[in-house]
Design a protein around this ligand. Structure first.
Ligand code: ATP
Ligand code: MG
Length: 249
């Protein structure tokens, strides 16, 4: 679904991506792991066309997006649903209106069809009866799930999650991880990309894992490959140890 061929990106003298070759398969859950500052968010921004690479090519859903124009990117971004670290709902709109928003902006559906779709996604995230509430009346976990419903409502081909559970309590985190799995199973064609530094969640949730280190892929493969690898840097990261060969900037 998403391929990076030899992609490099520097900010000033700081090279973040270094001839990165990356492959994210269609219809699966892929975790992109790496310690803070390794370029996970930068990678996602390249996928969304929010940053431009210095070299290399990026191919998404069969299209080479490297030289897309601004107009092409506007249409292209409708393929994606994004769940950011802070769900950022519109506080002055109800839950129902929040979830309706992308449909109004990007589709020509009739209002009854839109309302039906809103109800459907809110049910999918386990919140069927809260349409009339305002974000201020919701718990953190509920807000996150409403954000998820809003990202999902226009049927994206790719769901991007940037640190979906960072800063949440363990129970809410686990619920969100389970929801990511459930949604990916229900939406058969949908590709899910999760940016994370949560090793445990990755091993439990991912079908594929890509670990970034020094601007390249340190290792990619199924969770099993990470449990059994001999690579000292990957082993150190998965063990959560400061001692070891991994370099900290
Ligand atoms: N717009 C920018 N201008 C300059 N430097 C940037 C910019 N965006 C990112 N960087 C730098 O690129 C590096 C990678 O940043 P990135 O946000 O991708 O890290 P990350 O892997 O997502 O880390 P975290 O886990 O903390 O979110 C960092 O050193 C950051 O300072
Ligand atoms: Mg980040």
């Amino acid at each position: 679904m998403i391929t990076f061929q030899d992609v490099s990106k520097s900010f000033g003298r700081h090279q973040v991506l270094d001839h990165l070759n990356l492959h994210i398969p269609k219809g699966k859950i892929t975790f992109i792991l790496g310690k803070s500052g390794e370029g996970k968010s930068v990678t996602i921004k390249h996928i969304m066309g929010l940053l431009k690479s210095d070299r290399g090519r990026i191919i998404v859903d069969g299209e080479d997006i490297t030289d897309f124009t601004r107009e092409q990117f506007t249409t292209y971004r409708r393929k994606f649903g994004m769940l950011f670290q802070h769900a950022a709902l519109f506080d002055s709109l109800t839950v129902g209106e929040n979830v309706l928003f992308p449909l109004r902006e990007h589709t020509k559906m009739s209002l009854p069809d839109m309302l039906k779709r809103v109800e459907e996604v809110l049910t999918q995230v386990g919140l069927p009866h809260i349409q009339h509430k305002f974000p201020s009346e919701l718990s953190t976990g509920e807000k996150k799930r409403v954000g998820l419903a809003r990202a999902l409502v226009a049927r994206p081909k790719v769901m991007l999650y940037d640190e979906p559970t960072t800063g949440m309590d363990p129970l809410v985190s686990e619920m969100i991880d389970e929801l990511i799995v459930k949604l990916n199973r229900e939406e058969k064609e949908m590709t899910s990309v999760v940016i994370s530094h949560d090793v445990k969640a990755a091993l439990a949730t991912a079908e594929c894992i890509v670990m970034l280190y020094k601007g390249k892929v340190a290792l990619d493969g199924p969770p099993e490959a990470f449990r059994t690898t001999d690579d000292p840097v990957v082993r150190q990261f998965f063990a959560g140890k400061v001692e070891g060969p991994m370099e900290f900037l």
